[in-house]
Ligand binder design. Structure first.
Ligand code: AMP
Ligand code: GLY
Length: 428
């Protein structure tokens, strides 16, 4: 079967890297891809939101499995588009239809869904411009810190956690009355602050049954010690030591099962991935957010731990027979560290020449890279995600640090403390 992956980041390189090894994948295409994906298959210059162009390409190249990497095409209805055209019925898209993609596309939808299905999450209320005064009154009943979330997609920036009531009211006004995040903040969810440690659980589903993939912890801030601006993610570790069997059993019973069953009972056809961002509060899991795709850079730690054939699993997902698949997970630890271009997540240079080590002992996933006349160049803020597998976290981290230090480009930056918090927890 021919397959097409949509996207150009480290996550999409991890998909391409895994699918290139699949027994069931004939030709692999990645659109638009990066210099790393070009080594796994053929890059194609397509806009991931240009559904008619993607459809024509699939028909011309007998692509039967389409795998969007990010939420964008899903939230914009790529599944519904392909399902609505008679000539596209041979092409299966791995992902939820637009209604299901609202789990990520609308915080209010996600919260209401959890409430309907008694899935543990922070208590909340939703407000609009017309109910701003009620929002202020609600804030007065809450305790600091306050959690304000823009309802719609805001490129990962739509969550504010002000420390004081005064700031919370000002932020609420900015979001609702002054459209701080544009249309995305025309509705704002205010929720209870959850105190604990975060962990993400990934689920693959065909709408009927599901498989739980390895969990991961990511590191969102640019600076060491989790300081500074938020980024797309600076590193990821899998497995997560504090997410032990007892905790994961609670996640499955209280969250995964009711989520998959809830979608089905509401008539939402959901295939693909559910990325559940969780807070572990004294051993009890609460949902912080749903995403309708895999994480980046979590995928670059999770997929290297999957020993079985991802291509086969995804075909099974698209044919509603995931139940019979044998998902095999490696017991090894994956430590993934991201190398960024200096200045990221604010302004940074692109087009810087890169030298990669030839034999590093790690998997070097490309994120923002391109190749020009045989020269590898940076082409984004996050440039590489280096993953190492080892028998324990400290060896995996040491190997990733060694590899990332041997990658050369001007103003390269990476965090040196990824995973150190988990090592300390393990020692304690
Ligand atoms: P989200 O975009 O929903 O993932 O939120 C971004 C980040 O804000 C999360 O990764 C958490 O670190 C934090 N956060 C979101 N909701 C809460 C909450 N209810 N309590 C504490 N922290 C939260
Ligand atoms: N690393 C966080 C995300 O993919 O949303």
């Amino acid at each position: 079967m021919n397959m097409l992956v949509l996207g150009s980041g480290g996550r999409e390189h991890a998909f391409a890297w895994k699918l290139a090894k699949s027994e069931v994948c004939d030709q692999l295409f990645i659109a638009p891809g990066n210099a790393g994906t070009a080594e796994c298959g053929q890059n194609v210059n397509l806009n991931i939101l240009d559904f008619p162009a993607i459809a024509s390409f699939c028909l011309e190249n007998q692509v039967e499995l389409l795998i969007p990497g990010s939420e964008d095409p899903l939230v914009h209805g790529i599944v519904d588009y392909f399902r609505s055209k008679p000539e596209l019925q041979s092409i299966k898209v791995v992902g939820p239809e637009q209604t299901g993609a609202q789990l990520e596309g609308s915080k209010d939808f996600a919260k209401a869904f959890m409430k309907r299905h008694a899935i543990p999450t922070a208590a909340y209320e939703t407000f609009t411009k017309d109910t701003l005064e009620a929002g202020y009154a609600f804030l007065e009943t809450q305790q600091a810190p306050y959690v304000l979330k823009a309802d719609g997609l805001a490129a990962g920036k739509g969550v504010l956690i002000p420390e004081t009531l005064e700031q919370a009211k000002a932020d609420l006004k900015d979001m609702l009355a002054d459209a701080k995040f544009g249309e995305a903040s025309s509705r704002v969810v205010i929720e209870q602050f959850l105190k604990g440690i975060e962990v993400s659980v990934f689920v693959m589903t065909d709408g009927d049954s599901y498989k739980i993939l390895p969990e991961a912890k990511d590191y969102k801030r640019i600076g060491e010690g989790d300081t500074g601006l938020n980024t797309g993610g600076m590193g990821a570790i899998s497995p997560v030591p504090f997410a032990d069997a007892a905790f994961l059993a609670k996640v499955e019973e209280r969250i995964v099962k009711p989520t998959v069953a809830g979608l089905k009972s509401e008539g939402i056809h959901y295939t693909g991935f559910i990325f559940i961002g969780l807070m572990n509060m004294d051993g009890e899991p609460y949902v912080i957010e749903y995403n309708v795709r895999m994480g980046d850079p979590e995928t670059e730690a999770v997929f290297p731990r999957i020993n079985s054939d991802l291509g086969k699993h995804l075909v099974a997902v698209s044919e509603t027979r995931l139940k019979d698949e044998n998902l095999q997970i490696s017991a090894k630890t994956a430590a993934t560290v991201v190398a960024v271009s200096g200045g990221y997540p604010e302004s940074y240079a692109k087009g810087l020449p890169v030298n990669l080590p030839s034999d590093s002992g790690s998997i070097i996933f490309h994120a923002g890279t391109k190749s020009e006349n045989g020269q590898l160049l940076t082409n984004g803020g996050r440039v590489f995600a280096v993953c190492s597998l080892a028998d324990n976290l400290s060896d995996a981290l040491a190997q990733s640090m060694k590899t990332i230090e041997s990658i050369q480009f001007d103003q390269k930056y990476h965090r040196r403390d990824i995973g150190q918090d988990l090592l300390k927890l393990q020692e304690a």
